[in-house]
Design a protein. Structure first.
Length: 261
């Protein structure tokens, strides 16, 4: 009888281990595929994620090699490049309607801020997200097409603390022949996202983070763009020939760009 009990317990333990491994693998693949499938649909840009490692029992997760491409019409290869991000979550919340994330830490991301001094790539991605999720102020266009079948709402998310630090912004000004400069990205710290509600969707979380990144990148780019216009870092031949008048035009364009914020 004792041997039977021992064997039964051993079998149960092995089944639990196998189930945990299977769930771990399934969730890792699901997160990766979800990011690469739904990211392009919502933001209308390519999204690549090299790997996901989720440890259910400890509630830790890491994302490696996240690359967010640029919207159509922009010349630089990508908008956001993150080598590694760490996530801490409450394991029990994975079974609830709201996944509770204790913290997200993104260190040393690379951001591309491509602008013609009127628009920029990051604000375009945000606009795409708004259009896809109905979050913009523009009225939806009327259509005679049949509406897709309603689907069950996805899980909501709560993020208690999100920190982006040590980032760099590559400023690329297309109206200056694509001349560029690299500046530090100000630290971004967001808290209590979705805490006082039923949570927020993945799209809403992405939008809030992108808005913060775009604002930080824009602020960091002011001095670099001014220097590019004055020729302190780079100067196009046209600016060299035009002299002071072109510098004044560039300065005015920068001012106009940031008045829109």
């Amino acid at each position: 009888m004792k041997k039977f009990i021992k064997r039964t317990l051993l079998v149960l333990i092995l089944l639990v281990i196998l189930a945990a491994v299977a769930l771990h693998f399934f969730l890792d693949v699901a997160i990766k595929r979800g990011a690469e499938a739904f990211g392009p649909k919502l933001a209308q840009v390519d999204v690549k994620l090299d790997g996901v490692n989720l440890f259910i029992l400890s509630g830790s997760c890491s994302l490696d090699g996240l690359v967010v491409g640029n919207p159509q019409g922009y010349k630089t290869p990508w908008a956001i490049n993150v080598d590694h991000a760490s996530v801490a979550l409450k394991p029990a919340s994975l079974l609830s309607d709201k996944i509770v994330v204790s913290s997200i830490s993104v260190k040393a991301p690379q951001i591309t801020f491509e602008t013609d001094l009127r628009h920029n790539n990051l604000s375009k991605i945000i606009s795409n997200l708004e259009e896809a999720t109905g979050g913009s102020d523009k009225p939806a266009a009327k259509t005679t097409e049949a509406k897709p079948a309603e689907t069950k709402p996805g899980k909501k998310i709560e993020v208690d603390d999100l920190l982006i630090s040590g980032g760099k912004v590559r400023v690329s000004v297309t109206s200056m022949g694509g001349k560029s400069a690299t500046v530090p990205l100000p630290e971004i710290h967001l808290t209590n996202l979705g805490r006082d509600s039923d949570g927020i969707t993945a799209a809403e979380l992405s939008k809030r983070v992108l808005v913060a990144i775009e604002e930080g990148a824009a602020q960091a780019s002011v001095g670099a763009i001014a220097d590019l216009g004055k020729g302190a870092v780079y100067m196009t031949k046209d600016l060299e020939k035009a002299g002071t008048n072109s510098v004044e035009k560039v300065t005015k364009s920068i001012s106009d760009l940031f008045k829109k914020k």
